[in-house]
Design a binder for this molecule. Structure first.
Ligand SMILES: C[S@@+](CC[C@H](N)C(=O)[O-])C[C@H]1O[C@@H](n2cnc3c(N)ncnc32)[C@H](O)[C@@H]1O
Length: 281
């Protein structure tokens, strides 16, 4: 079992490698994940001078959504990967958002004073952390009393064909090792109540969760394949072990499986479900 430091280092390397894919496919990714960010931010009800922390912010969401909503507020985006945060910083600058700062930091050692934020978000970050309880305690520590934490995780693979159909195509070609339930992976927090229990253990009150449906839309199966293999952590890891002809066969199988999700004009729409969990300090 790798140590917490080894997990963090492996994550740093993984996301440095995935950052160009997240940059390139930003429009498609944000279209897909946008409804999850909107649900998280709505639950926070940010006021005009809201001080916000977005943890595992990657290329900036949902922190940038908060920044657009509260021009007189202040938003701090943190992530363990400087490469992902660089993309976030460029996006903020391109939009002229003057109320955003970025800071490289791991979720389980946040370099901020106690009670210094009105709201904290973490969209699709929990699954990759070495110490989920410690990170939750940290996020609660930096939240002011009455402030809210909103996070999201993917529910089970069967409800997320947008990624599981590729993983099934990979598994048909390459024997995948049995999944370690404690190792970072997209579906690690899929069991109902996982995040709710972390919140309750960290002392949050009024904890509630609800599911949000998403849809990954690409103009063709070929575009779907390019984008999914360049930015999804589990898929990229699985494909790293494939040779060129295996990769071709996996791409072929994936395109066959996508037929069920294709419109007459070739557009591909593959659904998924995330769980948003909110709690108040
Ligand atoms: C799936 S991305 C989510 C990015 C963004 N929040 C979004 O929803 O678009 C996961 C992010 O978690 C970050 N991450 C992984 N381990 C981390 C850790 N220990 N502390 C902080 N961030 C971490 C990665 O660098 C990556 O940017």
């Amino acid at each position: 079992m790798p140590s917490a430091d080894e997990v963090r280092e492996a994550q740093r390397r993984t996301w440095a490698g995935l950052a160009p894919g997240w940059d390139r496919w930003d429009g498609v990714i944000q279209h897909q994940l946008g409804p999850v960010g909107v649900a998280m931010v709505a639950a926070l009800e940010p006021g005009d001078r809201h001080r916000h922390l977005d943890v595992a912010s990657g290329t900036g969401e949902p922190g940038l959504t908060v920044a657009r909503l509260v021009p007189a507020g202040r938003v701090t985006l943190t992530d363990i990967s400087p490469e992902m945060l660089d993309v976030a910083g460029r996006r903020a600058a391109a939009e002229g958002l003057g109320n955003v700062e970025t800071r490289v930091a791991g979720a389980d050692a946040l370099p901020f004073d106690d009670a210094s934020f009105d709201g904290v978000t973490m969209r699709f970050g929990y699954m990759f952390l070495p110490e989920l309880r410690r990170a939750t305690t940290e996020m609660v520590r930096v939240l002011r009393p009455g402030g809210r934490l909103a996070s999201s995780v993917w529910v089970r693979p069967d409800d997320n064909p947008w990624t599981s159909l590729v993983l099934e195509a990979v598994a048909a070609e390459i024997p995948l090792p049995p999944r370690d339930p404690d190792a970072p992976s997209m579906f690690r927090c899929a069991a109902p109540g996982t995040v709710e229990a972390l919140y309750a253990d960290a002392g949050l009150r009024d904890v509630s969760g609800h599911d949000v449906e998403v849809e990954l839309v690409t103009t063709s199966p070929e575009v779907y394949w390019d984008m999914i293999s360049e930015h999804v952590s589990l898929v990229a890891a699985a494909l790293a072990g494939a040779g060129p002809s295996q990769r071709d066969r996996i791409a072929h199988r994936t395109r066959d499986a996508l037929a069920a999700y294709q419109d007459d004009d070739g557009t591909v729409r593959v659904p998924g479900v995330a769980r948003v969990v909110v709690g108040t300090r």
